[in-house]
Design a protein around this ligand. Structure first.
Ligand SMILES: [Zn+2]
Length: 457
């Protein structure tokens, strides 16, 4: 399992996209976690702002006139310009947990997580034994993701190796920064999705060789979750994760009480769910688990200490009745948190709709989701949760220039609300809160990847 040559070394930098691009609009990005309140040090806001992008990376940002003055005249003359007026220009939205093969299974029937998996999802994933279907699904998924303003995601494929090939090829074609991995499962109720250990190891190693570090793509070791992986397979996941210094790991944790019981049955003798993963050294700053709802104080503390991230997937949790993720409590404990759609248990690709659901879940536990925390989670918080903050998440100089343009007046209901300002909030806080609660993919005016525009489908 040792590798002498890392593909990362063969592809140190993405090749240049559009050489020089200027994007004007109302800039908003985060520099730090704002917590639950308006921390004016945590974000930057520029009403009449501009981003200058050179070779796909942020070269300057700030007030429009200042940025324009910064660009040498000979470069300015050949710069592609986009002026979005008062529309918001934000870093591309980041979905920290989703499943591309489930993109056509939204709103599939199921009583709860395990029933839904067995009844609807495993059969849907088994169909991707057909490579042609996998390619179609990957194209569809990425089209929809971009149409919703999401530019980076941590994505589960299926147990079929070619399902990762299909996704990575579709993402590479669009020059997207994406994480993806082959789902590892050897204890499944559907034999078509179970695999033997040797084949799994061979497939994963081949996929890592083929895709990890190629252009903007990264491989994430992807055991589905403890109930469907044998101890030997979790040990293999750990060995794969350690085989390169910069691989990622994604899985699920403590979504549903019946899942907790199934995990304990499969892995007896551990003190709790997280201890199963800890036993195999599957915690750490490049690891993200979806959900993390039903955890003890001990597990919460271990997550924080180990730097292991959680993907908060509120629309999925509401759809399956899995429970309410205690965001304020996990945040206060120091757990890194990102936002996830969890397509297809989530009911929408939209991070705006996910923020709406996150607010409902927060209110059910006694407090609203502040717009600061919400928009942080969907941008820099997501980049941090995935270990990608060195290249994504805000408009710091040198970062990759993926951004989304949002029109807060795109919807009649939102426009009417914004003409009726809150008497107690600042205009920016009020706008961001209304956008979070009432906005959706119809507010996405444009998406730029490495500066280059990609009109939503
Ligand atoms: Zn999931």
């Amino acid at each position: 399992m040792a590798h002498s040559l890392s593909p990362v070394a063969r592809h140190p930098d993405p090749p240049p996209a559009s050489p020089s691009v200027l994007i004007c609009g109302q800039l908003l990005d985060f520099l730090a976690d704002p917590g639950g309140v308006s921390d004016t040090e945590a974000y930057r806001h520029q009403v009449n702002g501009a981003l200058w992008i050179l070779d796909g990376r942020i070269a300057a940002q700030g007030a429009r006139e200042t940025v324009l003055a910064h660009i040498p005249a000979e470069i300015l003359a050949r710069t592609q310009r986009y002026d979005y007026g008062e529309h918001f220009v934000l870093p591309g939205l980041i979905d920290t947990h989703c499943h591309y093969p489930q993109a056509t299974a939204l709103a599939a029937p199921g009583k709860d997580l395990l029933d839904w998996l067995n009844r609807s999802i495993y059969p849907a994933e088994a169909k991707l034994a057909d490579p042609e279907l996998a390619a179609q699904r990957a194209e569809y998924f990425l089209e929809r993701l971009l149409a919703h303003g999401t530019t980076t995601a941590s994505v589960f494929a299926t147990a079929h190796a070619h399902s990762v090939d299909a996704f990575m090829a579709a993402a590479e074609k669009r020059r997207l920064r994406m994480l993806c991995g082959k789902v590892m499962m050897d204890c499944c109720t559907l034999p078509a999705l179970s695999e033997n250990l040797e084949a799994c190891a061979r497939d994963c190693n081949d996929l890592i060789d083929r895709w990890h570090g190629r252009d903007r793509l990264r491989y994430s070791v992807t055991p589905r979750f403890a109930p469907t992986s044998s101890p030997e397979q979790l040990a293999l996941a750990a060995a794969l994760l350690r085989s390169r210094a910069d691989l990622h790991l994604q899985s699920h944790l403590a979504e549903n009480p019946a899942e907790l019981a199934a995990a304990a049955l499969r892995h007896p003798g551990r003190r709790d769910y997280l201890d199963i993963y800890a036993q195999y050294d599957l915690l750490g700053p490049r690891t993200i688990y979806a959900h993390g709802i039903h955890l003890s104080a001990r597990e919460e503390a271990v997550l924080a200490e180990s730097g292991t991230a959680i993907a908060h997937c509120p629309s999925s949790n509401l759809f399956l009745g899995s429970g309410f993720f205690p965001l304020a409590r996990r945040h206060a404990a120091g757990v890194r948190i990102g936002l996830g759609s969890d397509i297809g248990a989530g009911t929408s690709f939209s991070m705006l709709r996910s923020l709406h659901a996150a607010h409902l879940v927060a209110q059910a536990q006694g407090g609203p989701l502040s717009p600061w925390q919400g928009w942080y989670l969907a941008t820099l918080g997501g980049a941090r949760a995935l270990g990608l903050e060195h290249c994504l998440g805000n408009f710091e100089i040198g970062k990759e220039a993926d951004c989304v343009v949002l029109d807060p007046f795109a919807l009649p209901e939102l426009a009417a609300r914004l003409r009726q300002r809150s008497a107690t909030e600042t205009p920016l806080a009020d706008t961001l809160f209304a956008l979070m609660l009432l906005g959706d993919e119809r507010c996405v005016r444009a998406v730029h990847i490495l500066g280059e525009v990609q009109q939503p489908a």
